[in-house]
Ligand binder design. Structure first.
Ligand SMILES: NC(=O)c1ccc[n+]([C@@H]2O[C@H](COP(=O)([O-])OP(=O)(O)OC[C@H]3O[C@@H](n4cnc5c(N)ncnc54)[C@H](OP(=O)(O)O)[C@@H]3O)[C@@H](O)[C@H]2O)c1
Length: 265
C-alpha cells in the first residue's frame, strides 16, 4: 500500500507506540487522525508532527464509550471523506495476581483492549467495504501468544484479539480490506507505568522490560514498513521474540522455564 495522501486513524496517539507511529506517518505524507482520551497530549503530538492543519484531525475518544463511535466516524468523514487505514492501537495493561484482581478491573481491561477495539474496527470496516479498500492494523502483544504471572487479564485481552481478527480478516478479504496484526515484544513506553492493578488504581511503576525495550521510533519505522507491505502479521521487538518459536516447538520446556523465572517475583 502506498501511504501517500492516505487517511490514517491512529488510536493511542497521545503517547508511546501510537505517538511514534504518528511521527513516522508524517514522513509518508499521510493525513492523520490522532485519537485517545487526553486532548492536551494529542495537541502536543500534533504540534510536534509539524503537519499542515488540512492534513490532521485531533479527535479525542474513549474506547470504553463505544456508543460514540458513529459520531467519531462522522467527524472524520466530514473532514477527509474516507478512512484508508485504522491503526487500532490504544490499550491498557494490568499487573496483579488473579486472586487479587476484581471483576471490575477484568471487565475494564476487556472493554478497552477487546470490546472497544473490536467495535471500532467493525464500524470502520463498513466504510472500508463501501470504499472496496482499506487496512485495519491491530496492536496485540507477545502476551497474546502466551501468559505470564501478574498479566492474566491483559494476556486474555490480547489473545482474544488474535481469535477475532484471524477470523475477521478472512471475511473482509473479498472486499479488498486487509488486517495486519502487530505483536510488539518489549517497547520503551509508559505501558507498565500506566497499568492498572487489581483494585483499579494505576501502577505508576516502570518495568525493566520496558526501560530496556526497543525505542518507539525504531518500532514505528518497522510497523509503517509492514503497513506498506501485504503482511498479515508481524512481531516487532528484540530477543524476547525468541519466546514465540520456543513456546511453539517446546511448550513443556517453555512453561517450566517460565515457572522458574517467575518464582523470583
Ligand atoms: N510497550 C510495550 O512493550 C507493548 C508491548 C505489547 C503491546 N503493547 C500495546 O501497544 C499499545 C500502545 O501501548 P504503549 O506501549 O504505547 O503504551 P502507552 O504509552 O501507555 O499508550 C497507551 C495509549 O492508549 C491510550 N488509551 C488508554 N486507554 C484508553 C481508552 N480508554 N480510550 C482511548 N485510548 C486509550 C492512551 O492514551 P490516553 O491516556 O490519552 O487515553 C495512550 O495513548 C497498547 O495496546 C499496548 O497493549 C505495548
Amino acid at each position: 500500500m502506498d501511504l501517500t495522501n492516505k487517511v490514517v486513524w491512529v488510536t493511542g496517539a497521545s503517547s508511546g507506540i501510537g505517538e511514534a507511529i504518528c511521527y513516522e506517518l508524517t514522513k509518508h505524507n499521510c493525513k492523520v487522525i490522532l485519537s485517545s482520551r487526553r486532548e492536551s497530549e494529542l495537541l502536543r503530538v500534533k504540534a510536534a508532527m509539524k503537519i499542515s492543519e488540512e492534513n490532521v484531525l485531533v479527535l479525542p475518544i474513549d474506547l470504553e464509550k463505544t456508543n460514540d463511535i458513529e459520531s467519531w466516524i462522522t467527524k472524520i468523514i466530514e473532514k477527509f471523506g474516507r478512512i484508508d487505514v485504522l491503526v487500532n492501537n490504544g490499550g491498557i495493561s494490568q499487573k496483579s495476581l488473579v486472586g487479587e484482581t476484581t471483576e471490575e478491573v477484568e471487565r475494564k481491561v476487556m472493554e478497552i483492549n477487546y470490546f472497544g477495539n473490536v467495535a471500532l474496527a467493525k464500524a470502520v470496516s463498513k466504510i472500508m467495504v463501501k470504499q472496496q479498500a482499506g487496512k485495519i492494523v491491530v496492536t496485540t502483544s507477545i502476551l497474546g501468544k502466551f501468559g505470564l504471572p501478574f498479566h492474566s487479564t491483559y494476556a486474555a485481552s490480547k489473545h482474544a484479539l488474535y481469535g477475532f481478527y484471524d477470523s475477521f480478516r478472512l471475511e473482509l478479504k473479498k472486499d479488498n480490506v486487509s488486517v495486519l496484526l502487530v505483536s510488539p515484544g518489549f517497547i520503551n513506553t509508559n505501558v507498565a507505568v500506566n497499568s492498572i492493578t487489581g483494585d483499579g488504581t494505576t501502577l505508576n511503576e516502570d518495568s525493566p522490560a520496558q526501560i530496556n525495550g526497543m525505542k518507539t521510533n525504531v518500532f514505528a519505522r518497522k510497523l509503517v514498513g509492514a503497513i506498506k507491505s501485504d503482511r498479515n502479521h508481524i512481531y516487532i521487538g528484540s530477543k524476547e521474540l525468541l519466546s514465540i518459536p520456543f513456546k511453539t516447538f517446546f511448550p513443556n520446556l517453555f512453561y517450566s522455564i517460565m515457572l522458574k523465572l517467575s518464582k523470583g517475583k
